[in-house]
Design a protein around this ligand. Structure first.
Ligand code: SDX
Length: 429
């Protein structure tokens, strides 16, 4: 339930005026003061850089309780979905609001499977990138260009065309992602195999070599499916908020998701998983862990422990807990002995004992361990954030669909505190 259901309005005195502001409640979480009338009645705006205390919309998709380390997708705890579901079923759940029937899932899976191909023109597009282009730069460009292939099915007033665009994005992002990887290593692109399931199909497009069949290890597909579930959605994070802001202008869903990919790229957000592996490699050995922790505490160093801290979780990120356990299992089953894991374990141990991190509630987040698993699966570091984007596409399209049907839908337009020069005249010549 809402944390304070009896609170139905607040009184605010500002600029010599007193105003009663209504309080809105969701099913769960913090009550929200509705400040829409504030400027008109007091002439004041609110100020909240980074929107850490601001609800930008109403959503029924994901709920997070940062203090308790709770994450629910459409009410289902992430721990239960991780244990019993699969990524495509989670994508259906996020999009539709309910788990699918057996027949409903079969139909959804069939629709996704039959939209995995890319237009052949994509090949010349991707061929235009340098071989060493970062795959996130290719992904942003190719997703944005999808609108040019589907311009006659972009009537956003038509719910079926909106749903089709969402299905196309979920279906094609793995194909495009694998193409980015194969372009970077100079291998021929691989077409999606419809006889494979979603994650196996992606792994096949990534790693199948022209010289012979790919021997998929079941643990690899299971681990990746779980990582995709854990990364599928996360409320109004920076990239999802970007998708919604772009969507609020009426832009097409391909442009919205391309903008989400661009936002996810940053090392403070989805780019953290790539940054974690680079940080662990830089630390190199468990004996250098303490000096890294000391550097992260020194503000002058500008160095942060990547994979630690979170804007919302001030407790363990429940996803990190699940990934942490799986990391050991995957490395054991794959017979991988990765010294990075030892460095990660020592770093986590040192940070969780250090007052600086404890006082600031800086715990490992979802990105801290995921890179170690991606590495064990043979996925190169620069592809880590692409993996995050494949999974988060399910969340992005679900939020975009929800936004398109929101009765309070309106263009996003924050205000500012102006700190520039007061009005002045252009100097006479
Ligand atoms: C994701 O929003 C989401 O939901 C995101 C995500 C999702 O699923 O979409 O969960 C995915 O983006 C996870 C976060 C991945 N990013 C990183 O791992 C990068 C490292 N972490 C930080 O940059 C930072 O913790 C943030 C960006 C994640 C959160 O930043 P906040 O909440 O704005 O925290 P802050 O910058 O205000 O820091 C509070 C204090 C500061 O010290 P003081 O000024 O109080 O002395 O904590 C310190 C910071 O210097 N601090 C860190 C730190 N993170 C914060 N110090 C060292 N190492 C860190 N990682």
């Amino acid at each position: 339930m809402s944390q304070n259901p009896s609170l139905d309005q607040v009184t605010l005195s500002a600029a010599g005026k007193t105003v009663e502001l209504p309080v809105q409640h969701g099913t769960l979480g913090n009550p929200c003061i509705d400040i829409a009338r504030l400027p008109k009645e007091t002439g004041c705006f609110t100020y909240d850089p980074g929107f850490g205390a601001t609800a930008s919309c109403k959503s029924a998709i994901t709920f997070i309780d940062g203090d308790k380390g709770v994450l629910l997708y459409r009410g289902y705890p992430i721990e239960q979905l991780a244990a019993h579901s699969n990524f495509l079923e989670v994508a259906y759940l996020l999009m539709h609001g309910e788990l699918p029937s057996k027949d409903g899932f079969a139909k959804f899976e069939d629709r996704v499977t039959h939209h995995t191909m890319m237009h052949e023109a994509f090949k010349s597009f991707i061929g235009g990138f340098r071989h060493d282009a970062h795959p996130m730069s290719m992904l942003v460009g190719m997703l944005g260009s999808m609108a040019s292939f589907y311009h006659n099915t972009l009537d956003l007033e038509d719910p079926e065309q909106r749903r089709m665009a969402a299905i196309r994005l979920i279906a094609k992002v793995p194909t495009i992602a694998a193409a980015c990887y194969r372009h970077s290593i100079g291998w021929p692109l691989r077409y999606p195999r419809n006889n494979l399931e979603y994650v196996e199909r992606f792994l096949h497009m990534m790693f199948e070599v022209p010289a012979g069949p790919l021997e998929l290890k079941p643990v690899a597909a299971r681990a990746l499916d779980l990582l995709f579930i854990l990364h599928a959605d996360h409320e109004q994070n920076a990239s999802t908020s970007t998708v919604r802001l772009v969507g609020s202008t009426g832009a097409n869903p391909y442009a919205c998701v391309a903008a989400g990919v661009a936002a996810l790229w940053g090392p403070a957000h989805g780019g953290a998983n790539e940054a974690v592996l680079r940080m662990l490699a830089e630390i190199g050995d468990a004996k250098h862990v303490q000096s890294a922790v000391d550097r992260a505490k020194d503000k002058e160093s500008g160095f942060r422990l990547m994979g630690f801290g979170h804007r919302v979780y001030k407790n363990f990120d429940p996803r990190a807990t699940i990934i942490r356990e799986m990391t050991h299992k995957v490395l054991d089953e794959l017979g991988v002995d990765d010294p990075m894991l030892e460095v990660a374990m020592r770093l986590e141990e040192a940070a969780l004992k250090d007052e600086y991190f404890v006082q600031r509630k800086l715990y490992p987040n979802v990105d801290f361990y995921s890179g170690i698993i991606y590495k064990a699966l043979g996925i190169p570091t620069e592809m880590f954030t692409v993996m995050f984007a494949i999974a988060r596409t399910a969340g992005w399209v679900s939020h975009w669909l929800e936004q398109q049907e929101d009765p309070e839908f309106r263009i996003g337009r924050p205000r500012q505190i102006y700190t520039g020069a007061a009005a002045r005249d252009y100097p006479a010549k």
